[in-house]
Design a protein around this ligand. Sequence first.
Ligand code: SDX
Length: 429
Amino acid sequence: MADKKAQLIIEGAAPVELPILTGTVGPDVIDVRGLTVTGRFTFDPGFMSTASCESKITYIDGDNGILLHRGYPIEQLAEKSDYLETCYLLLNGELPTADQKAQFVSTVKNHTMVHEQLKTFFNGFRRDAHPMAVMCGVVGALSAFYHDSLDIKNPQHREISAIRLVAKMPTLAAMVYKYSMGQPMMYPRNDLSYAENFLHMMFNTPCEIKPISPVLAKAMDRIFILHADHEQNASTSTVRLAGSSGANPFACIAAGIAALWGPAHGGANEAVLSMLDEIGDVSNIDKYIAKAKDKNDPFKLMGFGHRVYKNRDPRATVMKQTCDEVLKELGITNDPQLELAMRLEEIALTDPYFIERSLYPNVDFYSGIILKAIGIPTSMFTVIFALARTVGWISHWKEMLSSPYKIGRPRQLYTGYESRDIPKLEDRK
Ligand code: SDX
């Protein structure tokens, strides 16, 4: 992979040759590991131009709006696959055969229950706690229940932990919701598909078991697929960094959930709905576009912009199609928030400020409108994102641990005081 070289010329020092590595597709990278001989570091806050690792899981071409999972375009996975099949693909590198798929689905189904004692864990939270706060706690707590599979150097332990996390996230997410509602928590059912089971645990009660709408189950499954993985985003990088210290998988995923919660990342789906509520009416759009452009105003157009996509986020396109399908199937015509969102997109995408900065709708812009139509409260939106992204996080965790790795430990540019002596208390001014 390293047949080209970069030469670094530093005044007064011998030139430094740095290998250029080439992937199968996408930008080359300059391997700066040899830079330590110069006694200098690279400096790249926010990792705007840094590749943190080598990976075979997901490829994003931001300029052309392309997203591939193990080489398969997200549009094809959303159209022709389902979430558990996509989980198998991300975890194992290939789509399953019919037998492999049946086996995988059966294995996941047999791990959907959580330890009965975990229910009492919820009682430590206020009923009005933000669902993401509870998710951080209960997922981290899983470490306390699975002592039989915490040896991260053991491939079988890594495999069973991955299965347990994919299988239990819907159960935990639904428990978080039920706890906030003061309703009894529902057990998973093995006769339902992954998405049906989640909606069953969310919206059924022991008093009444209603059949799950196939339309809503398909939309839910599609939303899971669209959120499954996205290369080295902030939360995935957090999981990799936590994993590099040897932390157990449940602790690593809890760290990923915490990172995802921020409104600049996975918390944006919840923030989009709050923003649309704040804008309220099409007549206010111009005022909010002006706020988004005003450098002195912290307001940003939530659901717009992306570090990598400088073209449309392909997931947003599929999400918008799904949004139209779900609202039509549910007989929801002229949904005011959808109308407002579409007008906002239309106006923003004609404004030079957004065009010059390539700010397009991202995955979070339309997802909230579908989730709301399915009946999921806004406060649960990022929990859904965390549920779906768990397979991506754990796939990257497995990939990192499956070959030699080092603990992540960035350096810094220090601009603080040089060494100085402590003055006596009476001499301090
Ligand atoms: C996700 O990384 C991933 O892959 C994430 C994700 C995944 O699947 O894991 O795709 C999921 O997190 C999607 C993003 C969700 N976040 C939002 O929708 C929040 C709103 N978006 C912004 O906060 C922002 O666009 C980011 C955080 C998404 C990207 O920020 P960058 O790459 O650091 O870009 P930037 O902040 O430097 O912006 C560049 C310019 C700036 O203006 P100038 O200084 O050049 O004048 O664009 C402006 C920004 O002010 N800008 C926006 C804007 N986003 C960027 N201006 C108004 N509204 C916005 N939304």
